[in-house]
Design a protein around this ligand. Structure first.
Ligand code: PMP
Length: 351
């Protein structure tokens, strides 16, 4: 504790992301994509005119926002970009959620949301998941300071349909509803088409998962002009946006390669379902997932011990030491070979 820290920082517990190992481990702990980015990304990196780096990037990141607008069928002024969706989320907290009423969110969800609440002085009202480990959309109230949830949710993996989100938006009209779609491309249903009819809906997304570009730090938000302007007002006080020119060019190349995108996400989905079947045979309960990870628990084996056993054998998964998740492991879907090694190792550990 330092006397130089402002009071809010003194109370802060920093978010600790999954370990980035130095040794060569099978890395199934931070939901990265096991496949490389689109081939066009390599071409952009090879051919990028280095003289362009001498100049500041386009202050409005127009080319990238236009590419995203085309992709999602919206206007360019309905798109915001940031350095990773984490940054977009941070700006959204500042722009929309610093309200007198608490922000509602699932009790079990992306662990960064409570960190942002503490950082920006936002009061939080956690809503328990349903008995089936689903985000309880019916529990969100119409008079809160806003709503945020991941869809599909993390780390549970369940995703709600667009229709269910439309129903929520029918009730919650006076505050911002932020749907974090970091994992939507692995079988979820995007809420972006609802943006047209709901000025309080903000949908965030990322290039880190289905586009295999976590190292680049690129995220975005799609919403009404009103909400995008709110984000733009906040970012003006930061040196965060625009996206640098090289990252923009890379992202556009990734977005334009639909074939590669479809092939990679289909492989991840197929491997996920195969992994589920094999783990269930080992006695695991595997929560249904529409994301690139599964949350699993075993009735006879302690999750912390399984985590340690896997780690010792060169396989890194995620164990959250919270009350709700202590019995679970979150496992990112890797390549077929990586999941084969995982299942074989679990056979030894659980045998
Ligand atoms: N939302 C959720 C639900 C996540 O799990 C993550 C990644 N950990 C993010 C947002 C942030 O992703 P990024 O900053 O890489 O875009």
């Amino acid at each position: 504790m330092s006397k130089f820290w402002s009071p809010r920082v003194r109370e802060l517990t920093p978010y600790i992301p999954g370990e980035q190992p130095r040794e060569r481990l099978i890395k199934l702990n931070t939901n990265e994509n096991p496949y490389p980015p689109a081939p066009g990304v390599g071409a952009v990196l090879r051919d990028f005119p280095t003289d362009h780096l001498r100049l500041y990037p386009d202050p409005e990141s127009r080319a990238l926002r236009e590419a995203l607008a085309r992709e999602f069928g919206v206007e360019v002024d309905q798109v915001f970009v940031g350095n990773g969706s984490d940054e977009v989320l941070a700006l959204a907290f500042q722009a929309f959620f610093c309200q007198p009423q608490p922000l509602e969110m699932p009790e079990t969800t992306y662990s960064f949301y409570p960190v942002y609440c503490r950082l920006y002085g936002v009061e939080r009202r956690p809503l328990p998941l349903t008995a089936d480990h689903e985000v309880d959309l019916a529990a969100f109230s119409s008079d809160s300071g806003g709503a945020i949830f991941a869809n599909p949710n993390a780390p549970t993996g369940h995703g709600h349909s667009r229709e269910a989100i439309a129903e929520l938006l029918g009730r919650v009209t006076d505050s911002v509803v932020l749907v974090d779609e970091a994992y939507v491309d692995f079988g979820g249903e995007s809420a972006i088409p609802l943006v047209a009819g709901h000025s309080n809906l903000l949908v965030t997304g990322t290039f880190s998962k289905s586009r295999s570009l976590a190292g680049l730090r690129l995220g975005y938000a799609v919403g009404s002009r009103e909400l995008i302007e709110g984000l733009t007002r906040v970012k003006d006080s930061f040196n965060s946006y625009p996206i640098d020119s090289l990252a923009s060019a890379v992202a556009i190349a990734a977005l334009e390669d639909h074939e590669h995108f479809e092939a990679c996400r289909e492989k991840v989905i197929t491997t996920r379902e195969r992994t589920r079947t094999r783990m269930e045979r080992l006695g695991f309960t595997v929560l249904p997932s529409q994301a690139n990870f599964v949350l699993v628990t075993h009735p006879a084996h302690d999750a912390a011990q399984l985590f340690a056993g896997l780690r010792e054998r060169g396989i890194l998964v995620r164990h959250f030491n919270t009350e709700a998740l202590r019995d679970y492991l979150r496992i990112t879907i890797g390549t077929e070979d990586e999941m084969e090694s995982l299942v074989e190792t679990l056979e030894t550990l659980c045998g």
